[in-house]
Design a protein around this ligand. Structure first.
Ligand code: PHE
Ligand code: NA
Length: 448
């Protein structure tokens, strides 16, 4: 994406759509719900909400601010800003670890994107119609048990991503994001409505919002924080790169609030759609990564118009996954393009093939290679855990510490339109609460 002229977003709306396109994805629907289920419900949800507000918001703002000031890709932006502020060049490592995180995340993200593609086809062919929990479970187990099928869908998903990135038509997607995002919200609301008819909606509400604090271990808190980073696309330099296209007139705090509210609303709606189905059918909330794929088809298979709604839902989910995946591939491609003589198209291909290969190892975790490879985790879980629980928080920590402690305080406050008590609040959160929060969560989970 090395441009001769560093262009700016044509409008604020374009920027919001691009940021929302990156943020809203499988993380909101697939990952959020399965993490909630795995981690015992409300305690996780509440810690997650606190992390989004206290850690996510300031780090999102910090990443945009660094990008806008640096006017470069994350690695060069950090290097130059550090130099200009008398800081060591090592800050550029934040950019490097972001590229690594994007690479690792995309490999397993594409596998799940493939599941979503496959379920889109299943909806077209009416596979879910009239199925009970056992039938739907068997369909999912069938998919997981077939490395060939998983490979096919993973390949199809990556091919779509690379095609879009190589053609550089990313901008053309913004119009689509504008219509698809509201459509996704509407469909989720319909599904929540279906959940209300199951007679188990209250149970789901209590599961998600009435905390049993005894379930709150260090591991659960770390998982909640990791989910906050993952869902907001933080700690990868992606938001920094987007910020480099931002005009001076964009209100960073206000825009961050908009994106965060949208992202959080979609996640909560997804939970409210999924858990009534879990309880109504006696399924296990702790089902793991397959949770949405063994619950939502039950709704689509048994409601009027379910076939069409199911098709629309999985299409929209695939689309949301694609826009996120594009934002994940972009920094990797840019990295390769800058450091090799390869053209953009070749850089996109090479990056995608590398991601695709790692994705194959990830998808084998569900069938032929379930054995742990490190820390008792299989490849899929290792990739997910290492990125969301370690790389993203550390990179994000670097970004907030840099903005709050290494940049001139006054100019940052001015850039965020802060003064008086709002400025004090920002200083309190950005200098102390957010960084200490991340550090405490780490220490706490290390201590078990
Ligand atoms: N935020 C995206 C989601 O919730 C995933 C993602 C993570 C996208 C990191 C880009 C970078 O699905
Ligand atoms: Na998200």
């Amino acid at each position: 994406m090395s441009k001769l002229v560093h262009a700016q977003w044509s409008s604020k709306m374009t920027f919001v759509l691009a940021a929302a396109g990156s943020a809203v994805g499988l993380g909101n629907i697939w990952r959020f719900s399965y993490m909630v289920g795995d981690s015992g419900g409300a305690a996780f949800v509440l810690v997650y909400l606190a992390c989004v507000a206290v850690v996510g918001l300031p780090i999102l703002v910090a990443e945009w601010l660094i990008g806008r000031r640096g006017q470069k890709n994350p690695i060069n932006a950090m290097a130059e800003l550090a130099k200009a502020n008398g800081q060591p060049k090592a800050w550029a490592l934040i950019g490097v670890s972001g590229v690594l995180a994007a690479f690792l995340i995309l490999s397993f993200y594409s596998v799940i994107g493939g599941w979503s593609l496959s379920y889109t086809l299943n909806s077209v062919t009416g596979t879910f119609t009239g199925q009970d929990a056992d039938g739907v479970g068997a369909i999912f187990t069938g998919l997981l048990g077939s490395p060939g099928l998983l490979l096919l869908w993973h390949t199809a998903f990556m091919a779509l991503v690379v095609w879009i990135v190589a053609r550089g038509v990313t901008k053309g997607l913004e119009g689509a994001v504008r219509t698809m995002m509201p459509a996704l919200v509407v469909l989720l609301v319909v599904l929540v409505g279906y959940g209300m008819t199951t007679g188990h909606f209250g149970e789901a509400l209590a599961f998600m919002f009435r905390p049993d604090w005894s379930a709150l271990t260090g591991g659960v808190v770390l998982a909640a924080m990791g989910q906050a980073f993952f869902t907001l696309s933080l700690g990868m330099g992606i938001m920094m790169a987007y910020g480099s296209y931002l005009g001076e007139d964009v209100n960073l705090l206000g825009t961050a609030r908009t994106v965060i509210i949208l992202d959080t609303t979609i996640a909560l709606l997804a939970g409210l759609a999924i858990f009534p189905i879990v309880f109504a059918n006696g399924l296990s909330a702790g089902e793991g990564p397959g949770l949405i794929f063994v619950t939502l088809p039950l709704a689509f298979g048994n409601m009027t118009g379910g076939m069409l709604l199911g098709l629309m839902f999985f299409l929209l989910l695939t689309f949301a996954a694609l826009t996120s995946a594009i934002s994940l591939l972009e920094p990797v491609v840019e990295f390769v393009e800058e450091r090799t003589p390869l053209t953009r198209v070749m850089a996109a291909l090479v990056s995608a093939v590398a991601v695709w290969l790692l994705g194959i190892a990830a998808l084998m975790s569900f069938n032929v290679w379930p054995e742990p490879v490190m820390f008792g985790l299989n490849v899929f879980d290792l990739l997910d855990t290492f990125t969301s629980k370690i790389l993203l928080p550390l990179t994000g920590l670097g970004a907030i510490v840099f903005v709050a402690w290494c940049l001139d305080r006054r100019s940052v406050a001015a850039e965020l339109n802060l003064s008086g008590s709002t400025e004090q609040l920002w200083q309190l959160v950005a200098r102390y609460l957010a960084p200490l929060g991340v550090i405490l969560v780490f220490v706490n989970s290390l201590l078990g």
